[in-house]
Design a protein around this ligand. Structure first.
Ligand SMILES: *[C@@H]1O[C@H](CO)[C@@H](O)[C@H](O)[C@H]1NC(C)=O
Ligand SMILES: *[C@@H]1O[C@H](CO)[C@@H](O)[C@H](O)[C@H]1NC(C)=O
Ligand SMILES: *[C@@H]1O[C@H](CO)[C@@H](O)[C@H](O)[C@H]1NC(C)=O
Ligand SMILES: *[C@@H]1O[C@H](CO)[C@@H](O)[C@H](O)[C@H]1NC(C)=O
Ligand SMILES: *[C@@H]1O[C@H](CO)[C@@H](O)[C@H](O)[C@H]1NC(C)=O
Ligand SMILES: *[C@@H]1O[C@H](CO)[C@@H](O)[C@H](O)[C@H]1NC(C)=O
Ligand SMILES: *[C@@H]1O[C@H](CO)[C@@H](O)[C@H](O)[C@H]1NC(C)=O
Ligand SMILES: *[C@@H]1O[C@H](CO)[C@@H](O)[C@H](O)[C@H]1NC(C)=O
Length: 298
């Protein structure tokens, strides 16, 4: 009897572990963009996919209006050539849920008209479930100055909210780093807001508003920080940034300070503030992305 109940406890414990590791994530393809011909071409869904981790058991939601779009799972070849003749599966009713039930690559396209050719296509890699690798603590470094959006600056981005998410995606933000928002005085502002206000684009009661450029904000606390603009419609159109401050910067003679920003020296009119080379390379990639988006846009 005692043995049986021990076994039962073990079984329950194993189930609990399995459940914890097999927790499924729901991914809304393209987030607010939904599933359509994206304004930025195929890069939009490639960028979105690069920001996700897909695990067996996860669910994709293709959010579209029935009749306006559809979604087909296809082979790699059909994905590359936008061949919708013989899809593996075709779903015509939106929003469409798709469960990722095996490891490997998945390819999806819209089959209507020339939508796939114009960028309604998604390729993803699905990995095995299991404990997520624990985040590697960032290597010690001194404070960095980040210019928001790099050369784009702070404005309503051509590609929508995904622009600043892409910019922030692979950057590490530490206490002591400085964010520099550059814009034309009188055309933008910077509102520091709560998570809720950020999500709802509610700029009724921001924590702080900065109205002159450059607006420099030194990060002084760990956790998530949210920024947008109080100008009408700007937040809804994508002028919003969320970052996560994960630790303190270190290894410098300059401890983080609340008043003066630990910024690099440089001519004040220079287009590219001197930052470490890694963020600069990332910035260049970001600009290429936005440039492509802009070409399609204009
Ligand atoms: C799908 O898009 C509609 C319209 O934009 C939105 O109201 C809805 O919340 C979206 N659904 C999901 C699951 O994101
Ligand atoms: C598209 O795929 C179908 C079947 O998979 C094949 O028969 C056809 O030749 C392909 N068309 C092109 C243009 O590659
Ligand atoms: C699709 O997934 C969403 C979110 O998990 C859920 O609310 C909805 O009921 C699902 N729809 C179907 C048809 O399974
Ligand atoms: C999936 O991962 C493999 C191996 O890393 C890579 O070669 C392939 O290009 C990836 N496919 C997609 C769609 O990202
Ligand atoms: C916006 O935020 C203000 C204050 O934080 C609150 O009073 C108001 O109800 C919010 N409005 C909406 C539409 O959520
Ligand atoms: C914005 O205004 C401030 C204060 O008037 C000024 O110092 C700054 O140079 C202006 N910035 C730009 C980009 O014009
Ligand atoms: C922010 O970073 C902390 C520490 O790495 C982590 O625990 C938390 O989940 C992160 N939050 C978000 C929204 O990524
Ligand atoms: C803000 O940061 C910029 C770029 O690093 C720098 O040129 C400027 O002097 C800083 N302004 C203030 C008020 O700290």
């Amino acid at each position: 009897m005692a043995k049986t109940s021990k076994l039962a406890i073990l079984a329950i414990a194993l189930c609990a572990i399995f459940q914890a590791t097999a927790a499924q994530t729901t991914h809304v393809v393209g987030d607010e963009l939904g599933w359509l011909v994206p304004p930025g071409g195929p890069l939009a869904y490639a960028t979105w996919a690069a920001m996700q981790t897909f695990t067996v058991g996860d669910v994709l939601i293709f959010n579209f209006t029935t009749g306006d779009q559809d979604v087909a799972r296809v082979t790699k070849e059909a994905y590359e050539t936008c061949n919708s003749t013989n899809p593996i599966t075709l779903i015509t009713t939106g929003p469409a849920n798709f469960t990722l039930d095996s490891i490997g690559e998945y390819f999806f396209i819209g089959t209507m008209d020339r939508r796939c050719t114009l960028g309604q296509k998604l390729a993803i890699n699905v990995s095995a479930p299991g404990p997520k690798p624990s985040p590697v603590p960032p290597p010690p470094r001194g404070p960095i100055t980040y210019t928001i959006g790099d050369d784009l600056g702070w404005l309503v981005p051509p590609g929508g909210a995904i622009a600043y998410a892409t910019w922030a995606f692979d950057k590490i933000f530490l206490i002591g780093d400085t964010l520099v928002f550059e814009f034309i005085n009188g055309t933008q502002d910077v509102a520091v807001v709560t998570k809720e206000a950020y999500e709802k684009c509610n700029t009724t009661n921001p924590i702080t508003i900065l109205t002159t450029s450059p607006a420099n904000i030194t990060l002084t606390t760990k956790g998530e920080h949210f920024f947008t603009s109080t100008y009408g419609g700007h937040c809804e159109l994508g002028q919003k940034l969320a970052i996560n401050v994960t630790a303190s910067s270190s290894g410098t003679a300059n401890p983080p300070s609340t008043s003066t920003s630990p910024v690099s020296e440089g001519p004040s009119g220079s287009a590219l503030p001197p930052v470490s080379s890694a963020p600069y390379r990332v910035g260049a990639g970001f600009l290429v992305t936005l440039f492509s988006i802009a070409i399609v846009f204009f």
